[in-house]
Design a protein around this ligand. Structure first.
Ligand code: MG
Length: 372
C-alpha cells in the first residue's frame, strides 16, 4: 500500500474557556485553538487521519511551522512510499527535519505518524491496539485539570471534579508561586481521595522545588511533575535525592534518547507519555515500553488534542496499561471539532469507539468550516 497523497488542514477550533500554565497562556477563548489535521490517502483508495496541536508557549512549534513543514518538507519525501513501513517513514522524516536536543518538529511529524497508524489499521481491519498485539479496551479515565491562582476557585473546581466522578486531578502551579501551597491545600481539602498530580511546567529552581516538595509531602500529593527547566536532568536527580515525593518528567522527555539519559541519571520516578511531543504513536509507545522495562512509572498526557488525537492517545495509554487518570484535557477546553463517531465523554469517563485504526471519522463539511 503506497502513499498517494498527504493533505494538510490548518484549523481553528472554538474553545470553552481560557487555559494558562506557568509559562503563560496556552489557550485563548477569543483567538480559538490552532490544530492541524492531516489526511493520508493510499493507492488502495483508503485514508487515515492524524492531528497536530502546536502550542507556542509549550514548545517551539506553531500552526504555521507545522503546515509549512508538512507541505514543503515532509509530503514531498513520503509520496509513493510504502505506508506500512513506519520504520522507514520515521527515518526519512527524521533525516529531513533533523533533531536538535529533541526530535525535530515532533508535533508536525506526529500528525503523519497518527494518520499512517489509522490508515494501516483500516487497511488491515484492526484497531490500533490489535496492531500492537494488545487487547482493545473500551474506556479510559481522565483527570480533571485545575489551572488557577485563586485558592477558592481551586477548591470549587476540585469539589466539582469529585462530584462529576473524576478519579484524579491535575493541578497547574507556578501561575502565582506565592499561592501554590494554598491552592494545593484547597484541592486536597475538597477532594482528598482523588489521585493528585501537580505540574509546575519547569518554573522553579532547585531550592524552591525542594521547599515546595516538602510541603507537598505534608499535604499528601501523589506526583510532582516537571519542577525544574527541561534541560536540567541533573537538577531533577538531585531533587529526587533530597525529597520523598515522586518526580515526573514531561518537557524533559521528548523521545527515547532523552528518556535513556534521564534513566542513566536517575532523574525521575515517572515519565509523562504524550503522543504529539514524542513525534507520534511509534516513539511514544517505545518510550512507554522502555520506561516499563526500567520500572519507571507512566503518566498519560496530551496537548489539548481534539477527539482524533484523544482517541489515538487513549488507545496507546490503554495498551501501555497506564492505570492513573490521564491528562487528555481537550474535552475540557474545546467546544467542538470535526470528528464523527468520536469518544463518548461523561465527566472523567471516556467510552472509546473501537473501530478500525483510531476508530473515528472526519466530517468534511465541519473540517472545511473550521479551516483557516
Ligand atoms: Mg506536564
Amino acid at each position: 500500500m503506497k502513499i498517494s497523497d498527504i493533505e494538510v488542514y490548518p484549523l481553528s477550533l472554538p474553545m470553552k474557556q481560557d487555559y494558562h500554565i506557568a509559562g503563560g497562556s496556552v489557550g485563548d477563548q477569543q483567538k480559538r485553538a490552532p490544530h492541524v489535521y492531516v489526511k493520508i490517502t493510499s493507492d488502495t483508495e483508503e485514508e487515515g487521519w492524524g492531528e497536530a496541536r502546536p502550542s507556542h508557549r509549550w514548545s517551539y512549534e506553531t500552526l504555521e511551522s507545522a503546515v509549512t513543514t508538512l507541505n514543503n518538507y515532509i509530503k514531498p519525501i513520503l509520496i509513493e512510499e510504502n505506508a506500512e513501513d513506519l520504520q522507514k517513514i520515521h527515518k526519512k522524516m527524521d533525516r529531513q527535519i533533523a533533531s536538535g536536543l529533541a526530535i525535530g518538529q515532533p508535533i508536525a511529524k506526529a500528525a503523519v505518524d497518527m494518520a499512517l497508524h489509522d490508515l494501516i489499521g483500516k487497511h488491515r481491519k484492526q484497531s490500533l491496539t490489535s496492531l500492537w498485539g494488545g487487547m482493545p479496551k473500551k474506556n479510559i479515565n481522565l483527570s480533571y485539570l485545575i489551572s488557577t491562582s485563586d485558592p477558592e476557585k481551586a477548591f470549587a473546581k476540585a469539589k466539582y471534579a469529585k462530584e462529576q466522578g473524576y478519579l484524579g486531578v491535575d493541578v497547574k502551579i507556578g501561575l502565582n508561586p506565592k499561592q501554590d501551597a494554598a491552592i494545593l491545600e484547597a484541592v486536597k481539602e475538597a477532594a482528598p481521595e482523588l489521585f493528585f498530580r501537580t505540574d509546575a511546567n519547569q518554573c522553579y529552581n532547585l531550592p524552591q522545588a525542594v521547599q515546595l516538595s516538602k510541603k507537598m509531602e505534608q499535604i499528601g500529593i501523589d506526583v510532582f511533575e516537571q519542577p525544574l527547566p527541561a534541560e536540567d536532568l541533573k537538577g531533577h536527580a538531585e531533587l529526587r535525592r533530597k525529597v520523598n515525593i515522586p518526580i515526573a518528567l514531561d518537557e524533559s522527555i521528548w523521545g527515547p534518547g532523552n528518556l535513556l539519559q534521564a534513566l542513566r541519571l536517575e532523574a525521575c520516578d515517572l515519565v509523562v507519555i504524550k503522543t504529539t511531543k514524542m513525534g507520534g504513536l511509534r516513539k511514544a509507545r517505545l518510550c512507554g515500553e522502555i520506561a516499563r522495562e526500567a520500572n519507571i512509572g507512566l503518566l498519560g498526557g496530551g496537548l489539548t488534542d481534539s477527539s482524533l488525537g484523544l482517541m489515538a492517545s487513549a488507545h496507546l495509554f490503554n495498551y501501555l496499561d497506564i492505570d492513573t487518570p490521564v491528562d487528555l484535557n481537550g474535552p475540557m477546553f474545546l467546544e467542538d471539532d470535526p470528528v464523527e463517531n468520536g469518544p463518548q465523554i461523561d465527566g472523567g469517563n471516556v467510552e472509546l469507539s473501537c473501530g478500525y485504526g483510531i476508530g473515528c471519522w472526519v466530517d468534511m463539511d465541519k473540517l472545511i468550516a473550521f479551516s483557516v
